[in-house]
Design a protein around this ligand. Structure first.
Ligand SMILES: Cc1ncc(COP(=O)(O)O)c(C=O)c1O
Length: 375
């Protein structure tokens, strides 16, 4: 009976773990189609600078690889991702067995919590750190220990001090989203030496490809010395492949084996594997994207300084700006067809996060912001 079925499903929900029912869902950036519908705007008049994607998309070589692979999707993908892992192993000088592929690097973060956290365990992360750390921690019934930020960034000495015998994971985002803050490698390395070996450090380097060459993280070379380190990387940002969902983690082979036990056998689809492989080979395109991003960041920051709008200096492909009544400004930007991101859920109700776009998109955002702020 219909009503019986509904009562049953209601009680199934009621019987689900309290820590799952208590999760505040992840709120993604507003889709263009939704804004067009809600405000009666033409879709092609809207710009979205809300989800930290590469505004250029993937390289032409990657698009070719996608088209070629999409023609043959009858069979399951290689569940072990052999070719992609070979290329990653060569690039980062790690072994095949030290790589775990993910459906986005988000998957790697999830796998770490699935493999390592029990209800009641602790995971340590920073205030204003990437939203997936609390979500993945809570989904396991574990407790998140939030360490106050220092100048919007991670306070690594305080995070090391927050580790207790119940701590199983520490998350470090470098650079961090949404603040754009970055910690020099020497400080991350010093932090690792303070973390007990039975506590896993998940070093999330989703935006590393955007850093200046001298600032790039050598963390893959630390794995041998730190068997409790997971370095996570993604193809979603500088490689322009957010929609295909592919990322990876590098870690000690025993830890990789553990994460692989909870991984879905075919978590990275064949098109994504081929695209990532082609993207990895096109180093020039990634370098150009990083250079375009740096130019965009400096265009935005110079204009914001002239407008006397505060911001946190960023090492990512986005900028955290201080606007005061952020929800009202966000709304005014939406009305002008510009989608940025609210960050009140990060404890930043007076800020907005804007993704660096193409030069014309950055200019359009600045114009819209000027008007929204009445300047
Ligand atoms: C810091 C950080 N880590 C990880 C991710 C996850 O990205 P993906 O799952 O697309 O690799 C993001 C995405 O925004 C991020 O900002």
């Amino acid at each position: 009976m219909k009503s019986g079925a509904s009562a049953e499903s209601t009680s199934a929900v009621a019987l689900a773990p309290e820590y799952v029912r208590g999760i505040a869902p992840y709120v993604p950036g507003k889709p263009i189609e939704e804004l067009a519908r809600e405000y009666g705007l033409a879709e092609d008049s809207i710009i979205k600078l809300a989800s930290n994607e590469n505004p250029r998309g993937p390289s032409p070589k990657v698009r070719q690889a996608i088209a070629a692979t999409a023609a043959d999707i009858t069979r399951y993908p290689d569940g072990n991702g052999f070719a992609l892992k070979e290329a990653l192993a060569a690039r980062y000088r790690v072994r095949h067995e030290e790589i775990v592929l993910g459906n986005g690097s988000n998957d790697v973060l999830e796998l770490a919590t699935q493999a390592l956290l029990r209800p009641g365990d602790h995971a340590v992360y920073a205030q204003h750190a990437f939203a997936v750390y609390p979500l993945a921690t809570q989904a396991r019934g574990a407790a998140g220990i939030v360490v106050p930020a220092k100048h919007f960034g991670h306070d690594l000495p305080a995070m090391a001090s927050a580790i207790t015998p119940r701590t199983r994971i520490v998350f470090v985002a470098n650079p961090n989203n949404p603040t754009g803050t970055w910690i020099p490698s020497s400080e991350v390395k010093a932090f690792l030496t303070r973390v007990p070996r039975e506590v896993v450090v998940v070093l999330d380097e989703a935006y590393d490809d955007y850093l200046e060459r001298a600032q790039r993280s050598p963390s893959a070379s630390w794995i041998a010395e730190h068997p409790n380190l997971i370095v996570s990387r993604t193809f979603s940002k500088a490689f322009g492949l957010a929609g295909l969902r592919v990322g990876f983690g590098m870690m000690d082979a025993r830890l990789a084996d553990l994460l692989n036990r909870v991984r879905q056998p075919f978590n990275v689809n064949s098109v994504a594997q081929a695209a990532a492989l082609a993207g990895l080979a096109d180093t020039e395109y990634v370098a150009e994207s990083a250079a375009l991003n740096r130019a965009g960041l400096s265009m935005l920051t110079r204009a914001l300084e002239a407008m006397r709008v505060g911001f946190v200096p960023s090492h990512g492909n986005f900028l955290l700006i201080h606007v005061g009544a952020a929800a009202a400004i966000y709304e005014k930007l939406l009305r002008q067809g510009v989608i940025v991101r609210l960050v009140a859920n990060y404890g930043l109700p007076e800020h907005l996060r804007v993704t660096v776009g193409l030069p014309e998109e950055n200019a359009r955002f600045l114009e819209a912001l000027k008007s929204a702020l009445g300047r």
